[in-house]
Design a protein around this ligand. Structure first.
Ligand code: SF4
Ligand code: MG
Length: 312
């Protein structure tokens, strides 16, 4: 069977200025990205802010057109799926729930709205059921977003995303804006919902400890490119790319990282405008050699995944 989501050679660039009087420059936000997600699977997509992961999600959601490549969902080109069908296939949950929650509408109305818009019956009742599923007390159905905590608002956003019973849930840092104590609750809720509703997920985060808990496979992005992908367990047990190693050693506690080489990322941030003929990670890579400056490493198949590094 073919994957539920097939992203092939996706490309998107923006023309931006580094400063008011600087010339327009091309920034390649998503560079030849290929991702496949099977039905029922959760793919983690990780990398620092600015690596193109959110842009990739917007393209997959059909919210923004790609410059090149193709996106197929359930065998259909995303641009050719009409909106009423697309919203039943794929729904997003973003970092900041406030952006999608109109402050003057009740929680029940907000959750029922997608169903009303796209022609479903019993919207109010189904909204109440969905609110219960996401763990919100019934009394909050008539409350307004401003009366809820950040974690409760994110539960409302999740209920809104799921009321049309999509096959795919696309999560973009859904817990990053929440208190640490609330983050785990929302992650556990997503795990329960995934199981109960047979969801396929793409989960974007800069926080590796999150994907460790919920992703079957994890892809690592650096400056618009996928640099490594593997089964999540394999990726954590034996990361291959120097960038993945440095992300992991930054996340793990000093006691649990004994088996990993310490690869600090240093202070240099990734420069998204940099045009290098070689490996984009070379300026920060402790293993860089001459070939890294001149030749781009290609993605090569490995045991359980793939990696783009001349060392591999
Ligand atoms: Fe480092 Fe070279 Fe590998 Fe790039 S190709 S990650 S610079 S060793
Ligand atoms: Mg982002």
């Amino acid at each position: 069977t073919s994957p539920l989501i097939e992203v092939d050679n996706l490309r998107k660039s923006f023309h931006l200025r580094r400063g008011m009087f600087k010339p327009l420059e091309e920034l390649v936000a998503v560079d030849n990205l290929t991702l496949h997600v099977n039905e029922g699977e959760t793919l983690g997509l990780v990398g620092e802010s600015g690596c193109g992961k959110s842009t990739a999600l917007k393209l997959i959601l059909g919210l923004s057109p790609a410059d090149g490549g193709s996106i197929q969902i359930a065998g259909q080109h995303v641009d050719l799926i009409d909106v009423s069908k697309r919203v039943r296939l794929i729904q997003p949950v973003f970092q900041n729930p406030n952006a999608s929650l109109n402050p003057v509408r009740s929680i029940r109305d907000l959750v029922a709205q997608p169903l009303k818009l796209h022609g479903g019956s019993g919207a109010g009742r189904k909204a109440d059921e969905m609110l219960e599923r996401v763990g919100l007390p019934a009394r909050l159905a008539s409350a307004y977003p401003g009366e809820l905590s950040g974690g409760q608002r994110q539960r409302v956003a999740i209920a809104r995303a799921l009321i049309l019973r999509p096959k795919v849930l696309i999560c973009d840092e859904p817990t990053s804006a929440l208190d640490v104590s609330v983050q785990a609750q929302v992650i556990n809720l997503l795990l329960d919902l995934r199981r109960d509703l047979d969801l396929t997920m793409i989960f974007v985060t800069h926080d590796l400890s999150v994907v460790e808990h919920l992703a079957d496979r994890t892809a690592v992005m650096y400056l618009g490119k996928k640099v490594e992908e593997a089964g999540t367990e394999d990726l954590f047990a034996s990361p291959q790319h120097p960038y993945t190693k440095s992300l992991l050693s930054a996340m793990l506690s000093p006691t649990s990282r004994q088996n990993l080489p310490d690869v600090p990322l240093g202070t240099a941030a990734a420069d998204p405008f940099a045009k290098t003929p070689g490996c984009a990670f070379a300026p920060r890579c402790p293993n860089a050699s001459d070939i890294c400056e001149t030749k781009p490493p290609e993605l090569k198949r490995q045991k359980s995944g793939m990696v783009a590094c001349h060392l591999q």
